[in-house]
Design a protein around this ligand. Structure first.
Ligand code: HEC
Length: 241
């Protein structure tokens, strides 16, 4: 009886695809990604220096997935993992990204954070992957200091003004300018993939929705703040008064 239960449970929980153990994913991220995504360089507004695949973060996994799908594995100039490892890494990241379109809240060491992603239709007919945007809000409940970050992937941007509006109020403008140097010292430069919406303090904390427009031509994306649970909303709001 006991054996049956154990076996049944195991087959239910273990996906058919060979999911990659977290430690192996961490090693790949270290080798192929964290060379640029360091705490110091923060390419794309993102550090993967302390990345741990065992820690649930669907929105981050969704962002990583878009990059794995679009050639970032080779960006470090360290070659790429073998085919089997690439596939297992992709499959595991895809699993971790499940639920990324809903708020994911974490509470750790006095830091409350919530993140969510939204997809938009492909920008070019020959590209099938949908671009994604992520909004991440973090609030240090002790100091009352918070941050609201917007990131996007896989296409960087520069020389552009986007707007963000809370609850249909007057849109606030954010200028995306200049280029990023690669954290690993490579001489290529790119546009940006991140902006701090909390900078300037003009954007209030949305009760209902956050609408971001014109990061790319004619594009708009809406984040459902009304779906954020009440407790988290109250906690985060303290950092944005
Ligand atoms: C050579 C340096 C370099 C390497 C290596 C690199 N990146 Fe990036 N990454 C960047 C830069 C610069 C940006 C911002 C511009 C852009 O999006 O291209 C970025 C942007 C991103 C973004 C979008 C912004 C965000 O915060 O969501 C994600 C996700 C990302 N990278 C993940 C990865 C992953 C995963 C790997 C490894 C497979 C990787 N990167 C390897 C330099 C690098």
């Amino acid at each position: 009886m006991r054996i049956w239960l154990t076996l049944g449970f195991a087959t239910m929980c273990v996906p058919v695809q060979a999911a990659m153990p977290a430690a192996q994913q961490n090693a790949l991220v270290k080798q192929y990604c964290a060379v640029c995504h360091t705490d110091a360089a923060m390419n794309g507004g993102l550090s993967l220096q302390h990345y741990d695949a065992a820690k649930r973060d669907p929105a981050l996994a969704a962002m990583i997935l878009t990059k794995l799908n679009t050639g970032a594995m080779g960006a470090a100039g360290n070659g790429v993992p073998d085919k089997a490892a690439q596939e297992a890494w992709l499959a595991s990241t895809k699993e971790q990204a499940a639920g990324a379109a809903e708020w994911f809240v974490s509470r750790e060491d006095g830091l409350v954070s919530a993140s969510i992603v939204r997809e938009v239709p492909p920008r070019r007919p020959d590209v099938k992957e949908s671009p994604v945007y992520r909004v991440k809000i973090a609030c240090n409940t002790g100091s009352g200091i918070g941050q609201m970050q917007l990131t996007w992937s896989p296409q960087p941007q520069t020389g552009r003004t986007l707007t963000a509006a809370a609850d249909g109020n007057a849109p606030v403008e954010y200028r995306i300018e200049g280029r990023e140097s690669m954290g690993n010292g490579a001489t290529v430069q790119t546009g940006h993939a991140s902006v701090l919406l909390s900078d300037g303090g003009k954007l209030g904390f949305p009760n209902q929705s956050l609408t971001v427009r014109e990061l790319f031509d004619g594009e708009s994306v809406q984040f459902p703040f009304s779906a954020l649970d009440k407790k988290t909303g109250t906690e985060l709001r303290r950092c944005f008064r």
